[in-house]
Design a protein around this ligand. Structure first.
Ligand SMILES: [Zn+2]
Length: 735
C-alpha cells in the first residue's frame, strides 16, 4: 500500500527526499507550538526562512477569526506563490503549522505536511519545470482551534478566489498509509480521473472511506475551502498509531518514515500533473466509485453502474438457484439449514465485538483515560478479536459440516446481496463491495457443476474479497477507536462467508477452530503483557488548579478516572467525585472526575471593564473588555441559558450556527501575547445575564506559586482537555 523508506539523503536535488523532509519535521517539532505558545513564533520563522531559501517571496496574513466552533484566535498564515505561464485557476498546497494545545509536539500533525510541501516545492523548483498554473503555498495557522487560519484565508484573502484545487496534507496518528480523501460539493468524477491520470504510485483511497468520513465530525482545513468558497480539494492523511495524536508522543522519532515517503509520493506526481492541467475544469456532476487494489492501483467506475451491477448479481443468483434446483444440486431443506450457522456466527461475533471495549475497560480501568479510545496494544486487540471471530466461524461451520457446500453458500450470498442493496441505497460510495460477491456467485456455480472443484480456483475467486475487505478490518478500530471493534469482528465474519466456498471443502474445520482459539489465547496473553503503562506506553494524566473567586476557594481537579501517584498526591485521600464545574470545554466532552480542596494562592484575576451598558428598544447592549494580568493561554466564557442577539468578540461576529447550537459555552479565546478580549453582546432587556469567566494558563508545572513536580516518565499530559493549568473563575451578573 505504501513505499518502503530507504536512506535518501543523497538523492538528486530535483527528487523528493524523505530524509530531507524529516530534517524539517525535526526542526518543527522540538517544542509544543500551539497558538500563543513560545514555540509557535519559532515554527513560523523557520518555515518563512525555508521558503525564502528557495527564492520565494513570502508574506503573512494575520487576523482574528472565530471559525464555526466559537473558538476565537489570532491566526497568522504563511503564504508564498510560484508564477505560472498562463492566467487561470491556481493550485494550492496546504498544511498547518500550529500544533494542538498544549502538549503536542506536532511532528505528524502537521509538521509532516509542512515538511512534505517544503521538500516537494524545493525539488520541483530545482527541476526547472515551468508550471502552467500558479502554485500557491499556504501554511495555515490555528487549524487545531477551529480551522481559523483557513477560515481567515478563504474569507479575506484576495488569492482565495483564484484557487482551483487544494492539496492538503494532514495527520491523525503517526504512521501507516496515507489515505486520499476528496472534498467536493458535487461529483468526484473529474477529480478521480485526474488523480488516476497523475500516476501516483501508491494510491490508497476508496469511496467508502469518504462516505464514512463525511458522516464524522472531524473537519479539516479543506472543509472550509469547500463550504466557504466551493473549492475542490484532495486530502492526504494517515491515522495509524492514533494514540500519539495530539500528545507529546507526536514526536519526530515516532513518525513513520514510510508514511512520510508516502506523502511525498503523492505530492510530486500531483504537483507535476495539476501544475499543468486546466484547474477551471474540475467540477463534475458525476460521481465515481473507486478503490485501490495491488497491481491495479486505483480502480474506478461511474455511479451509474451501481444498480445495473446489483441487478446483474441478483439475476445471476436467481438463474443459479433455478439451475441448482433443476439439477438437484440445491435442496430447500439444506438451504434453510444453511442459515443456522450464518446467523449464529454473525450473532456471536457481533456480540463479541460489541462488548469488546466495555470488557477491556472493565479489566484495565486505566484505559478509560486514553481518550483516543485506541490503546497502545490496540493492534494486538484487533488480532485477538479477529482470531476469536475466526475460531467461532470455523467451529460453527464444523458443527454444521453435513450441509452440502452449494446449499451452504445460498445464505451468505443472500446476506451479501442485502448488504450491497443497502449500501447502494444509503452509502453508495461503498457499493463496490458487489465485486467480491461476483466471485462468490462464480464459486457457487463451480461448486454446483463440479464434484471436487480445484481449491486453487476457489481461492482465486475469493481473492478480490480478501484484497478489498481485509484493510477495513484494521482500519475501523484504529480510526474510530476500539469501541468500533464490532466492525472488525463482523467484517471478519462477512469475509469468511466470501471465502466459504474454499473453507467449505476443508475437512479439518474443527482443527482450524482449535488453531484460531490457540492464536486467540496467544494474542490475548501478548495483549495482557502490553497492557501496563510505563515509559514505553505512558499513561495520560491531568491536573488542574482552579481558583473560584466568587467563593474565594480553590480546588485541585483531574480528568483521570484512575489518577497516578503524581496527581494523586494533590488530590489526597479526601478526593471526591467532581460535581459539575461549569463544564470547561474539551474535545470529546470529557468532564472532571475528582476534585479536592486546594490551598488559596495569589493568582491575579483578569481585569474586566464594562465599556458600555445601555438599553436600545427591547435589547440591552453590553460591551466588556477583559485584560489578562498574568501570562495566560485561554479565556473561556459561559452564560446562563438566555437568548442572545448579536455577539462579537474582538470585532469578529460569532457564527449564528454556533450560537444556535451552543450549550452554556459562549466563547473560548486562545490568547496570543496576553491580548485582551473585547466582548459585545445583546439580550432581551428584562432578562438577567450571567457571564462566567475561566481564565487559564498551561503553566502549572512551572508556576512560581506552585511546586508541582515534573511528570514521571511513565505518564504524559492527557490530550484534548484543559491540562497542567492554573485556572481562575469569576462570575458577573447583569440584572
Ligand atoms: Zn492537524
Amino acid at each position: 500500500m505504501m513505499p518502503k523508506y530507504g536512506p535518501d539523503l543523497g538523492a538528486d536535488p530535483d527528487q523528493f527526499s524523505t530524509d530531507r523532509a524529516m530534517a524539517h519535521v525535526e526542526q518543527l517539532s522540538r517544542e509544543p507550538h500551539g497558538v500563543g505558545f513560545a514555540g509557535h513564533a519559532r515554527a513560523r520563522a523557520y518555515i518563512l526562512g525555508e521558503l525564502k531559501k528557495m527564492g520565494l517571496a513570502t508574506r503573512v496574513q494575520e487576523g482574528y477569526t472565530a471559525g464555526d466552533w466559537g473558538n476565537l484566535s489570532k491566526a497568522t498564515n504563511i503564504l508564498a506563490r510560484i508564477q505560472g505561464q498562463r492566467d487561470g485557476k491556481a493550485l494550492m498546497l496546504l498544511s498547518h503549522y500550529d500544533s494542538s494545545p498544549h502538549s503536542s509536539l506536532g511532528a505528524s500533525d502537521a509538521a509532516s505536511g509542512v515538511a512534505t510541501i517544503l521538500e516537494g516545492v524545493r525539488a520541483f523548483l530545482e527541476s526547472g519545470t515551468k508550471p502552467e498554473n500558479d502554485i500557491i503555498i499556504l501554511i495555515s495557522d490555528a487549524e487545531e482551534l477551529g480551522l481559523n487560519g483557513a477560515d481567515l484565508f478563504v474569507r479575506e484573502h484576495p488569492w482565495a478566489k483564484e484557487v482551483g484545487l487544494v492539496l492538503n496534507f494532514e495527520a491523525r496518528g503517526s504512521g501507516g498509509p496515507s489515505y486520499m480523501l476528496i472534498e467536493t460539493n458535487r461529483g468526484n468524477a473529474k477529480l478521480i480521473e485526474g488523480f488516476s491520470a497523475a500516476g501516483v504510485e501508491y494510491p490508497v483511497a476508496n469511496s467508502l472511506v469518504y462516505s464514512v468520513y463525511k458522516m464524522l465530525p472531524n473537519d479539516t482545513d479543506l472543509t472550509v475551502f469547500r463550504e466557504g468558497a466551493d473549492i475542490e480539494g484532495l486530502n492526504f492523511a494517515f491515522i495509524d498509531d492514533h494514540f500519539d495524536y495530539h500528545t507529546v508522543l507526536d514526536s519526530a522519532p515516532r513518525l513513520d518514515l514510510n508514511t512520510l515517503a508516502h506523502q511525498g509520493s503523492y505530492l510530486m506526481p500531483l504537483l507535476e500533473y495539476y501544475g499543468q492541467a486546466d484547474l477551471g475544469d474540475l467540477k463534475s456532476l458525476n460521481d465515481n466509485l473507486y478503490f485501490n487494489l495491488p497491481f491495479f492501483q486505483l480502480v474506478h467506475y461511474p455511479f451509474e453502474w451501481i444498480w445495473p451491477l446489483f441487478a446483474l448479481a441478483v439475476l445471476i443468483f436467481v438463474v443459479l438457484l433455478v439451475r441448482g434446483f433443476k439439477k438437484e444440486r440445491l435442496r430447500a431443506k439444506g438451504i434453510l439449514r444453511g442459515f443456522q450457522p450464518l446467523l449464529l456466527t454473525l450473532a456471536i461475533n457481533g456480540l463479541l465485538g460489541y462488548s469488546c471495549w466495555s470488557v477491556i475497560q472493565w479489566w484495565y480501568p486505566g484505559f478509560g483515560d486514553m481518550l483516543h479510545g485506541f490503546t497502545y496494544n490496540g493492534y494486538t486487540y484487533i488480532m485477538v478479536f479477529v482470531a476469536l471471530s475466526l475460531a467461532v466461524c470455523f467451529h460453527i461451520y464444523h458443527v454444521f459440516r453435513r450441509i452440502a457446500t452449494p446449499d451452504l453458500l445460498v445464505a451468505p450470498i443472500l446476506v451479501w446481496l442485502l448488504i450491497c442493496g443497502f449500501l447502494s441505497l444509503e452509502l453508495p460510495g461503498g457499493s463496490y463491495f458487489i465485486i467480491p460477491v461476483f466471485g462468490l456467485l462464480a464459486a457457487l456455480m463451480v461448486c454446483m457443476d463440479q464434484e471436487g472443484p480445484s481449491p486453487f480456483l476457489l481461492v482465486f475467486l475469493a481473492l478480490p474479497a480478501v484484497l478489498i475487505l481485509a484493510p477495513f478490518i484494521k482500519m475501523f478500530p484504529v480510526g474510530l477507536g476500539l469501541r468500533m471493534m464490532v466492525a472488525s469482528t463482523l467484517l471478519t465474519t462477512l469475509l469468511f462467508f466470501l471465502v466459504l466456498p474454499f473453507f467449505g471443502q476443508l475437512r479439518n474445520k474443527g482443527r482450524l477452530a482449535q488453531l484460531f482459539l490457540l492464536l486467540f489465547f496467544g494474542f490475548g496473553i501478548a495483549s495482557h503483557i502490553q497492557s501496563d503503562f510505563g515509559p514505553e506506553r505512558p499513561k495520560p494524566s491531568s491536573l488542574v488548579y482552579l481558583y473560584d473567586a466568587d467563593r474565594d476557594s480553590a480546588l485541585w481537579a483531574t480528568y483521570d478516572r484512575q489518577p497516578i501517584a503524581w496527581n494523586g498526591q494533590f488530590l489526597g485521600a479526601d478526593r471526591r467525585p467532581a460535581e459539575n464545574l461549569g463544564g470547561l470545554a474539551s474535545k470529546y466532552g470529557t468532564k472532571f472526575s475528582f476534585t479536592a480542596q486546594a490551598p488559596r494562592k495569589d493568582i491575579p484575576l483578569p481585569y474586566i471593564e464594562t465599556l458600555r451598558d445601555t438599553v436600545v428598544g427591547e435589547e440591552r447592549l453590553v460591551e466588556l473588555c477583559i485584560v489578562p494580568r498574568r501570562d495566560v493561554n485561554r479565556l473561556e466564557i459561559h452564560t446562563n441559558p438566555i437568548p442572545l442577539g448579536l455577539v462579537r468578540a474582538n470585532q469578529i461576529e460569532l457564527s449564528p450556527h454556533f450560537l444556535k447550537n451552543r450549550g452554556s459555552r459562549l466563547l473560548t479565546h486562545y490568547i496570543s501575547d496576553n491580548d485582551f478580549t473585547e466582548l459585545s453582546l445583546s439580550f432581551p432587556k428584562d432578562s438577567v445575564l450571567e457571564l462566567m469567566f475561566h481564565e487559564s494558563s498551561n503553566n502549572l508545572l512551572s508556576h512560581p506559586e506552585f511546586s508541582v513536580p515534573e511528570r514521571p516518565d511513565h505518564s504524559i499530559p492527557m490530550p484534548f482537555v484543559l491540562n497542567d493549568a492554573v485556572v481562575t473563575q469569576k462570575t458577573l451578573r447583569f440584572d
